[in-house]
Design a protein around this ligand. Structure first.
Ligand SMILES: *Cc1c(COP(=O)(O)O)cnc(C)c1O
Length: 242
């Protein structure tokens, strides 16, 4: 799918207004919220248009596609006559298999989908070999019926502690994905649960100062997510619809 710069700018403006509303409603500041553009269903041209619209946090849900696009975009930006110095940050938001960890670390700046110790250990080992520290979020399954991936709420604290003991990982926060729904209100209890867990982890000093990202909310439910404390929104269709 291809979406023009104007269309993206228009959609982004509406989304920002909605975020400001939701933030005001919750006594929060809109600047506390970062929008990540989920580009999995649009073409390279559209990704460039996102960057030109000021969206520099970009996400993909598959390793292969993320790697290819990160490379293409980086090449395109460096070909531009006037280099603005802007470099996108790529987020891996889909389920990650251990055999894809190396490739993911080569192109992603942050992995949102860490949900097991085995995966965390693989990331740690690969990051060590690459002499880097991997930024990760813990993916939580807040509604067992609706979600395939993510660690159960009851196991999150322990896994968080274990991740923090791995020296090539930096735990930046948590992520959850709600089920598809026509009524965003049905998602509210899930977001409330994740925020409570987030606060509990902070109280236990898990991840220390680095632990500050709450990645929840997509096109269907981002306003509710902001009301419930989200600091990161992953938005695709609402940016690209016509
Ligand atoms: C696709 C996807 C999104 C964005 O979904 P939209 O409904 O298009 O906003 C967010 N998070 C994850 C994990 C996704 O796979």
């Amino acid at each position: 799918m291809s979406v023009t710069k104007n269309k993206i700018a228009k959609n982004l403006k509406a989304i920002r207004l909605n975020i400001a509303d939701a933030a005001a409603h919750a006594g929060r500041l809109p600047d506390e919220v970062t929008i990540i553009a989920v580009t999995k269903s649009v073409d390279i041209e559209t990704i460039k248009n996102c960057i030109d619209a000021g969206l520099t946090d970009l996400a993909e849900s598959r390793t292969q596609q993320l790697a290819e696009r990160a490379q293409e975009i980086s090449a395109a930006l460096s070909r531009r006559r006037s280099d603005t110095g802007i470099r996108p940050r790529w987020h891996m938001i889909g389920h990650l298999q251990r055999n894809k960890v190396k490739q993911t670390l080569e192109s992603a700046d942050c992995i949102h989908s860490v949900d097991s110790l085995r995966l965390a250990e693989e990331i740690d080992e690969r990051a060590e070999q690459m002499d880097k520290v991997a930024d990760v979020l813990l993916q939580i399954n807040c509604s067992k019926e609706a979600q395939k991936f993510g660690v159960a709420v009851g196991a999150a604290l322990h896994l968080g502690e274990m991740i923090c003991s791995l020296k090539n990982l930096r735990l930046l926060g948590m992520m959850t994905m709600a089920a598809e729904t026509d009524d965003p209100e049905t998602t509210r209890p899930i977001f409330t649960r994740l925020r409570e867990l987030f606060e509990e982890m902070q109280k236990e000093k898990i991840g220390g100062e680095d632990f500050r990202l709450l990645s929840m909310g997509m096109s269907q439910d981002y306003q509710v997510a902001v009301q419930e404390g989200a600091t990161v929104l992953r938005i695709g269709s609402a940016l690209f619809n016509s």
